[in-house]
Design a protein around this ligand. Structure first.
Ligand SMILES: Nc1ncnc2c1ncn2[C@@H]1O[C@H](COP(=O)(O)OP(=O)(O)O)[C@@H](O)[C@H]1O
Ligand SMILES: [Mg+2]
Length: 343
């Protein structure tokens, strides 16, 4: 498969009143054309900042400092001209967010916005053709009575329908890459499942690559072929979905798995959350950022960040205790505390 997106040693630091904070601390990953990659991590892991860097939507220096490489089809987006970026954004790369109102204009009819989206990227397109294509797209994303909806304003749509409008708008120009940043987080469970189904169908139909970003590992489980687990601005584990769910090899991944809501379990046993909270970015410990919350942590973990361990061609992990973790997973004891495992 051809590589569409390649991120190399990406770092993002912000200048704040309390000094510099490093939000993204050396991320690497690749996304093949047509592939769905899940990017997972608790809130504050640097998922959104990574993607804003990719779209060049961060505040300009000195407020933010971005280093590394973001190669999209061979072009380094960090060095691209304003013109190239304008063509790529909303064209070859599209982005949808948790809140559709960040992309929709509340004062313009939905149809007008869709037509504009087409004409910005293809000024020669006739209004009539743009209208027909926009309408067809609204129908494709499952909006009933599309012709009537075309004339309505964003606030006249429910949350789920508004998310569909944004998806329609973003797909109009046939992107090769769709970045979906928590697209279903604000929606209730039923609507969430419908939107994910829609994205899955559209992906199969159009062969676009999707980067699906979420704090909920359950959301990517049925969607992504690969999963990247991020914590405190770093990659903890990356793997094919199958290997990740069969043999999770980072204690943080295991914690995220145990936090997936389980409607099948009785109320009291359902919700696990990883004890503790992510480190402050301006006071990140020198070693593995997860060490203070990790039941497998040893002295070394607090002193030095672990190197990458390759477990297979499609599975890598950054953990000093990886052998212990995998042994515990194999023994079905990964969810226990260190004391419980020792017994
Ligand atoms: N403009 C900014 N200035 C300073 N800090 C920021 C800015 N944007 C994001 N951050 C910080 O970067 C960290 C990562 O944020 P984010 O990428 O939004 O996390 P996620 O999307 O994984 O929840 C957070 O601690 C956030 O407070
Ligand atoms: Mg985010």
């Amino acid at each position: 498969m051809t590589t569409l997106l390649s991120i190399r040693d990406l770092r993002v630091a912000f200048k704040t009143d309390d000094g510099d904070v490093t939000a993204v601390d050396g991320i690497d990953y690749e996304l093949a054309a047509g592939e769905t990659l899940g990017i997972v991590g608790e809130s504050g892991s640097g998922k959104s900042v990574t993607n804003l860097a990719l779209m060049r939507l961060l505040p300009p220096p000195p407020a933010s400092r971005v280093t590394g490489e973001i190669l999209f089809d061979g072009v380094d987006l960090l060095k691209a001209s304003a013109r190239t970026l304008r063509e790529i954004r909303g064209g070859r790369i599209a982005m949808i967010f948790q809140d559709p109102m960040t992309s929709l204009n509340p004062f313009l009819r939905v149809g007008t916005q869709l037509v504009e989206m087409l004409r910005v990227h293809d000024p020669k397109m006739k209004r009539k053709e743009a209208r027909a294509r926009a309408l067809a797209m609204l129908e494709r994303v499952g909006i009933p009575a599309a012709a009537r909806r075309f004339r309505q304003y964003p606030h006249e749509f429910s949350g789920g329908m508004r998310q569909r409008v944004m998806i329609a708008m973003m797909l109009l120009n046939d992107p090769e890459l769709l970045i979906a940043d928590e697209p279903t987080t604000a929606l209730d469970v039923t609507i969430q499942a419908q939107i994910l189904d829609l994205l899955r169908d559209l992906q199969a139909e159009r062969k676009m690559a999707i980067a699906l970003i979420t704090h909920d590992l359950g959301v990517v489980a049925g969607m992504a072929s690969h999963i990247l687990v991020m914590y405190s601005g770093k990659v903890m584990e990356e793997s094919s979905s199958r290997e990740l769910f069969e043999t999770p090899s980072h204690p943080y991944t295991i914690g995220l798995m145990r936090s997936i809501p389980r409607p099948d379990l009785p109320e009291g046993r359902r919700l696990f959350s990883i004890p503790g909270r992510p480190p402050d970015l301006d006071r990140r410990p020198p070693g593995c950022p997860f060490a203070p919350r990790c039941s497998f942590a040893r002295d070394l973990c607090h002193r030095e960040h672990p190197p990458e361990t390759r477990l297979s061609a499609t599975h890598r992990v950054f953990c000093w205790a990886v052998d212990d973790v995998r042994a515990a997973v194999a023994a079905g004891q990964a969810g226990l505390t260190a004391e419980e495992r020792a017994r």
